[in-house]
Design a protein around this ligand. Structure first.
Ligand code: FES
Length: 246
């Protein structure tokens, strides 16, 4: 059985976008390595609430790596040190007894801070609303196999659809670019027959909207694919640039 851990958490505390923020230091003693980092924050919050202090705000929903609502920097890395993992799936066993973990929110102009570790990622919703969908009338549900899609194409489109919109790609890019997110959304639809009628227009609309929402251009650093919990390849960004040229 692995030993329990003592950890120091340095957490960015900021009540609102307009207030000043700074790091607060908390000690977690004798915590199980089998706790997830979010469960450790739950424990910390119980202690803070018992002392009538403001709990640490962080976002979460599924805690299974599916919904994309969690996400912050752990020691400067989006979602922490384990690859292909969301922060809700990061367990304390990744750390050593006595470690200090610095937790801070995504830092990007397009993701304004709400509180502590929570940022507003509605800019992603506005990107999708600008054209990240199929608006053609598809009529009744067709018979199974009426629309044949090659296995490789289907698998590749599905891989793009696994993007959970967590924002790690933006937070890790020195230009705070949403290129990997947009490329995934475009590549998902462009590989399916239903996505063809609006394909070029969609690529143009989303790239325009990306600039309007305050995201930068691709920095070519490829940090986005390193931190993507769904391992979406940055090769799709090059594909997207060709796609937009028609
Ligand atoms: S809480 Fe849903 S992906 Fe982390």
């Amino acid at each position: 059985m692995s030993r329990n851990l003592s950890l120091t958490l340095r957490i960015w505390r900021q009540e609102s976008l307009k207030s000043a923020g700074n790091f607060h230091v908390y000690q977690l003693e004798d915590v199980s390595p089998d706790l997830s980092l979010l469960e450790a924050l739950d424990q910390l919050n119980e202690q803070l609430i018992a002392k009538a202090e403001r709990p640490v705000h962080f976002e979460h929903d599924c805690r299974e790596g599916i919904c994309g609502s969690c996400g912050f920097l752990v020691n400067g890395q989006a979602h922490g040190p384990q690859s292909a993992t969301t922060v809700c799936q990061l367990y304390l066993r990744q750390f050593a007894d006595g470690d200090t973990l610095t937790l801070e929110p995504w830092r990007a102009r397009a993701f304004p801070l709400i509180q502590d570790l929570v940022v507003d990622r509605a800019a992603f919703d506005r990107l999708i609303a600008a054209g990240g969908y199929c608006s053609v009338n598809t009529g009744q549900a067709p018979d199974g196999n009426a629309l044949l899609i090659g296995q490789q194409k289907a698998a590749s489109a599905f891989a793009m659809a696994t993007c959970i919109g967590c924002g790690a790609c933006v937070a890790s890019c020195r230009n705070a670019s949403a290129s990997l997110f947009v490329a995934a959304k475009l590549a998902h639809l462009a590989q399916l027959p239903q996505g063809q009628p609006e394909r070029e227009h969609r690529a143009m609309l989303l790239q325009e909207q990306m600039r309007e929402q305050g995201f930068g251009s691709c920095s070519s650093n490829l940090e986005c694919e390193m931190v993507c919990p769904k391992q979406i390849s940055a090769d799709w960004i090059s594909w997207m640039h060709r796609e937009a040229k028609g």
